[in-house]
Structures are given as C-alpha cells and as structure tokens.
Design a protein around this ligand. Structure first.
Ligand code: CMP
Length: 145
C-alpha cells in the first residue's frame, strides 16, 4: 500500500529542483503536490520547533529562510523510510562517505546545507504535510486507502 511523506528541497538546492525532482521520480516516487515558498523566520521556527534550543537552531532557521524551499508531498510504498534512504545521512560528510549515490551526498554542501529534508515518522509526516499543504492530508489518504 502506498504511503505519503513530506519532503523539502532546501534553499541551497532549490535552484536545481527540476533535476532533483527528476531523480525522485526515477526512484519511483509520485509527486502528489508541490509548493515553492520562501519561509519566514516564524514559519521556519515552527516547522523545526523540535530543534528549538539546540546549538544549531539559529543557523538552521537563518539558512531555511535564506531563499525559496520546494516542498513536495511524495507517494510510494514505504515512502517515509524510502525517502530517507534516497536522501542519505543528515550530515553531508557522512552521506558522501557512506551513501555516495544519495541526494545529500550529491547535492549537500555541509551539515546544515544538506540539500533535502524528510519526515522521520508518520506523525511527523502528517504534521509537516499539514504545515505545507493544509488539512489532514495524510489522515484523509489513510482512510481512503
Ligand atoms: P533536517 O533533516 O531538515 O532536520 C533538521 C536539520 O537541522 C537537518 O536536516 C540539518 O539541516 C540541520 N542539522 C541537524 N543537525 C545539525 C548539526 N549538528 N549541525 C548543523 N545543522 C544540523
């Protein structure tokens, strides 16, 4: 059964969004919805609220508001796990070492500018999809499936 997850192409990489989306589709994901938007500081702080207080939080918010983000609602069987596998490890240096074919290895530049984001659980995917696309997008789909 199909599952959905929320992806973002971050400001460091959104200029190459078409290229990244082609790789995402080649990996078998369907792009169900897409939105390009430059987040405000309050929006980025809300999206990443779970990291508030960490030493990298301000740098993360500064970076995520520095240019447009392309948010994607992706669908595929096991999408949450599959999308995290396609992205590779969070830290670009680790991605380059351990998963050289991953998107973060190919497009990331450092441990903050790591090219893409992906929800880490169904609960996160539901919250993050609602943040970008409004309403209980995933819950509705679960009921229909
Ligand atoms: P993401 O998957 O979007 O989730 C939180 C983000 O914070 C992460 O990708 C990185 O962009 C950033 N991040 C996580 N850990 C660190 C870190 N140790 N130093 C700098 N940035 C980090």
């Amino acid at each position: 059964t199909n599952e959905r997850t929320l992806a973002m192409i971050k400001p460091c990489t959104s200029g190459r969004a078409a290229e990244v989306i082609a790789e995402i589709e080649a990996a078998g994901f369907v792009v169900c919805a897409k939105k390009e938007h430059q987040m405000s500081v309050p929006q980025a702080s809300e999206f990443y609220a779970e990291h508030d207080g960490k030493e990298f939080f301000k740098g993360l918010v500064d970076f995520m508001t520095s240019g447009p983000v392309v948010a994607l609602l992706l669908e595929k069987p096991n999408a949450i796990k599959e999308w995290r596998a396609l992205m590779g490890p969070t830290a670009t240096s680790k991605a380059k070492e351990e998963a050289p074919d991953s998107l973060r290895a190919k497009y990331g530049t450092d441990n903050t500018k790591n090219a893409t984001h992906g929800s880490d659980s169904f609960v996160s995917a539901a919250r993050e999809a609602a943040f970008w696309f409004g309403g209980p997008v995933l819950a509705a789909e679960k009921t229909l499936a």
